[in-house]
Design a protein around this ligand. Structure first.
Ligand SMILES: Cc1cc2nc3c(=O)[nH]c(=O)nc-3n(C[C@H](O)[C@H](O)[C@H](O)COP(=O)(O)OP(=O)(O)OC[C@H]3O[C@@H](n4cnc5c(N)ncnc54)[C@H](O)[C@@H]3O)c2cc1C
Length: 424
């Protein structure tokens, strides 16, 4: 039986239903409520408890590199055979992944990378400010901390400042510095002396609890008069008389407009409408050490093994790995064990006795950009999903753009790079 969190208003008509209460849906719902819209946020679970719960907490306007970069293909075979490597593919999933993989590699041409990076920057640029505005007055402003995003390298020669990966953020105004091992340990004494150098993005931020952040913002949405409905959305369809219907276990529900923000689960709802998208589930994992004994003051990425470590409210979290195994594949315990090992190498003083584990599914499109905007031929349906590795940091700006679209305001961003029809 579906539960409605605001039974007093649940039967009232709404202007828009936002399907999916991950961080993207929550931010969209908040921005819509700020514009005076009557908004219903629908999720089968509690807000921000799926992918948006377990991420690495990095909110970095300067992190504007797509996942597919020139030359990456040379590294992938080595990563695939290393059991601790950052990428893995379940062999049975390879045939289904092939098309996505080809598009992914095509997105790594330098000209494409420059265009994609510019489009990413539009969505990350205001992330810190917008989160702070959303949190203001909630009593939980401390959930966002100023921080640097440290990219730590074991070999000093790998920490280069002459490549595209520093040129693009620099051109966008990021404050980037290369530091040696001594300066790195002055910033982060807990890090292994194996790290010889780092590239540091200054002026970034991190959250101390991604799940809590989502919950706090969802509560704010309720206080603003928004409605949260518990229900599993089984289908969506346009109605003949205009507007939309979505079906849950409690029956059909009507709304003049829908925002589809169900992360990796969004694509399945679109298939019956004839819309097919190359949205892959990129499984990621975290291990959270609950009595770590050491602290990190910033977000730290181990650049050799491609995972992020951050001290959070719940403990020291290491998060990463990109496992392509298909939607809803079972948790791979080997990936979790690998993260425990890698965490010890990153911070040798870390107490690894007690920890909790988590796995989630990044909604990943091959060009590292989300689907954001209207669907051709389906007025009243807005896409807001597919944020892959960057959904936390892109969510508030995505929410603003969704609110512009739904309320018919001019959008001050060129939406062409994010249009859902770009994969045809
Ligand atoms: C290991 C890891 C580390 C990461 N680190 C970072 C980071 O540091 N910074 C960053 O910016 N991003 C990071 N990300 C990416 C980020 O977590 C995601 O991009 C983001 O959480 C996606 O949010 P979302 O709201 O689109 O999806 P989700 O959080 O997955 O939300 C989708 C919602 O839809 C609901 N839903 C699904 N199906 C249905 C249905 N049928 N009916 C009703 N509800 C439904 C789900 O319950 C869920 O609440 C990381 C991801 C991983 C896995």
């Amino acid at each position: 039986m579906a539960r409605k969190d605001r039974s007093s208003t649940s039967a009232a008509p709404v202007d828009v239903a936002v399907l999916g209460a991950g961080i993207v849906g929550i931010c969209a719902a908040l921005s819509l409520a700020e514009r005076g819209m009557r908004v219903r946020l629908v999720d089968r679970g509690d807000p921000a408890q799926a992918t948006s719960f377990g991420n690495a907490g990095v909110i970095s306007p300067g992190s504007i590199l797509p996942n597919s970069m020139p030359g990456l293909w040379k590294k992938v075979p080595g990563w695939l055979i290393d059991p601790l490597g950052p990428v893995s593919v379940r062999p049975g999933h390879l045939p289904r992944l092939a098309g996505w993989g080809l598009r992914f590699l095509a997105a790594g041409r330098e000209s494409r990378v420059r265009a994609i990076s510019a489009a990413m920057e539009h969505l990350t640029r205001d992330g810190i400010t917008l989160y702070r505005q959303h949190l203001a007055g909630t009593g939980h402003e401390g959930l966002i901390r100023d921080a640097s995003f440290i990219h730590a390298f074991r070999r000093a020669r790998d920490a280069r400042m002459d490549g595209l990966d520093t040129a693009l953020p620099r051109a966008a105004g990021a404050d980037i510095e290369r530091i040696d091992g001594a300066a790195l340990r002055a910033m982060e004494p807990a890090l292994s002396p194996e790290f010889e150098a780092a590239i540091v993005l200054h002026g970034q931020a991190r959250t101390l609890s991604p799940g809590r952040l989502g919950q706090v913002l969802a509560k704010k949405f309720l206080r603003m008069g928004g409605e949260i409905e518990r229900g599993t959305v089984r289908s969506i369809r346009p109605q003949e008389e205009g507007g939309w219907a979505y079906l849950t276990e409690s029956g059909p529900h009507a709304a003049p407009q829908l925002v589809l923000a169900m992360g990796v689960w969004s694509a399945a709802l679109l298939r019956p409408l004839g819309i097919r998208l190359p949205l892959e589930a990129e499984h990621g994992y975290h291990v959270s050490f609950t009595d770590p004994g050491v602290t990190l003051h910033n977000s730290v990425m181990d650049m050799d093994m491609k995972f992020v470590a951050s001290s959070m409210a719940e403990g020291l979290r290491v998060a990463g790995t990109a496992e392509f195994a298909g939607l809803d594949a079972p948790v791979n315990d080997k990936r979790l064990a690998g993260l425990v090992t890698l965490a010890g190498r990153l911070a040798p003083g870390l107490n690894r006795q007690a920890y909790s584990t988590w796995s989630g599914q990044r909604p990943s499109l091959p060009d590292s950009l989300p689907c954001l905007g209207r669907f051709d031929g389906f007025p009243g349906l807005t896409a807001a999903f597919g944020h892959s590795h960057h959904g936390l940091m892109m969510a508030p700006k995505t929410g603003r753009i969704v609110a512009d679209l739904v309320t018919g305001q001019p959008v001050n961003v060129d939406l062409a790079p994010y249009r859902p029809s770009r994969f045809r």
